[in-house]
Design a protein around this ligand. Structure first.
Ligand code: TRP
Length: 333
């Protein structure tokens, strides 16, 4: 039997090249040999959102990117977390076997509490319990995530282990599957590429927008004049050539070191590489976007398939936790 993979991502709207290289590409590859379930975690998003005005829009845009990048609803289950409400029931049940001390120690909880002191909500504390429910509801064994999620995954394993020891074996302990892609830095070269830093290039950007954004990227700070030799090993633009101009990296590095090309030339090459790599993605995206109900249909189908699995697990959990009457007293449907 194929191993089951589950991963979730917050609804951040249009995806950028950091999301693509770090996560989406990996999701797509896993579809071939695993039984994959990918989820847009809208309930998790509520733990930090100030406003939900853009939530539906962001889910739609993100799904268009996922589909255009090659996530295939024929191969994988693609759905929105809140569409399968069983996860909220399982979250409540798992919360009974999760010591509060475990949750208060999670580094992301402490960080979020510091970042939004006006809104340290109960959901924020339970975030890893909901994440555990996401994973174990489908009895997933592998969870592709970035390194930042490892403490959450560790907790998921502990909660699964504890449930199993209290109520009998039910959940496989989920393993993190780290993406082996190096960190993708943002255009300013300072932090990782991310929506919150405004240093990103959207996959769906036009070729012109892409060129304009790439032109703003920070390069080797020691290279002040066109005639100065560059240091590709410390240049973020050069790093991106590995992904978007893989056949030309040696040539570009040599030209940079000898000042044969300047940073402007180098950025033009990068924009060309990004635009040609993403050309078919952009075409597919436009064709999906032209069918306004397509995303809704994919998500409805995904929720339907996910619900079938979820109901089975939840019934098993309720039975084991003693929440169902003895078999002889049950009313058969
Ligand atoms: N906490 C994850 C993140 O930020 C998102 C997430 C929610 C998740 N549920 C999950 C990831 C289940 C993997 C598996 O980014």
């Amino acid at each position: 039997m194929k191993q089951r993979v589950f991963s979730g991502a917050r609804p951040t709207g249009r995806q950028h090249i950091g999301n693509y290289l770090g996560a989406i590409q990996n999701y797509v590859a896993l579809q071939e040999e695993h039984d994959c379930i990918y989820c847009i975690v809208d309930i998790h998003a509520l733990t930090t959102l100030e406003s939900t005005d853009r939530l539906q829009h962001d889910i739609h845009e993100m799904m268009l990117d996922w589909l255009a990048a090659g996530l295939d609803p024929e191969k994988s289950i693609l759905f929105v977390q809140s569409h399968v409400s069983e996860v909220m029931e399982l979250h409540t049940l798992l919360s009974m076997v999760t010591p509060l001390g475990w949750l208060l120690r999670v580094p992301t909880f402490k960080e979020k509490a510091r970042m939004q002191p006006h809104n340290v909500n109960y959901g924020l504390v339970g975030y890893p319990v909901l994440m555990t429910a996401d994973i174990v509801l489908y009895k997933a064994e592998l969870v592709p995530v970035g390194e930042d999620q490892l403490p959450h995954l560790e907790l998921a394993r502990e909660i699964a282990r504890r449930f199993n020891s209290l109520f009998g074996f039910t959940f496989p302990e989920p393993q993190a599957k780290l993406t082996c892609f190096p960190l993708v830095l943002g255009l300013n070269g300072a932090q990782k590429m991310g929506k919150s830093y405004n240093n990103y290039i959207e996959l769906a950007a036009t070729p012109e927008e892409t060129l304009k954004l790439v032109m703003t990227a920070v390069t080797d700070p020691a290279r002040k004049y066109r005639s100065d030799p560059g240091h590709p090993e410390i240049c973020n633009v050069f790093r991106l050539h590995h992904f978007f101009n893989p056949a030309r990296v040696d040539e570009i590095a040599a030209e940079c070191r000898s000042a044969g090309i300047g940073c402007v030339d180098c950025k033009k090459l990068l924009a060309e590489g990004i635009n040609s790599t993403l050309a078919s993605f952009r075409e597919r995206r436009a064709s999906f976007a032209a069918k306004p109900r397509y995303v809704t249909e994919v998500l409805a189908d995904g929720a339907h398939k996910a619900t079938t699995i979820a109901k089975k697990t939840l019934a098993e959990v309720k039975e084991k936790m003693g929440l169902l009457p003895p078999v002889s007293c049950r009313i058969q449907p």
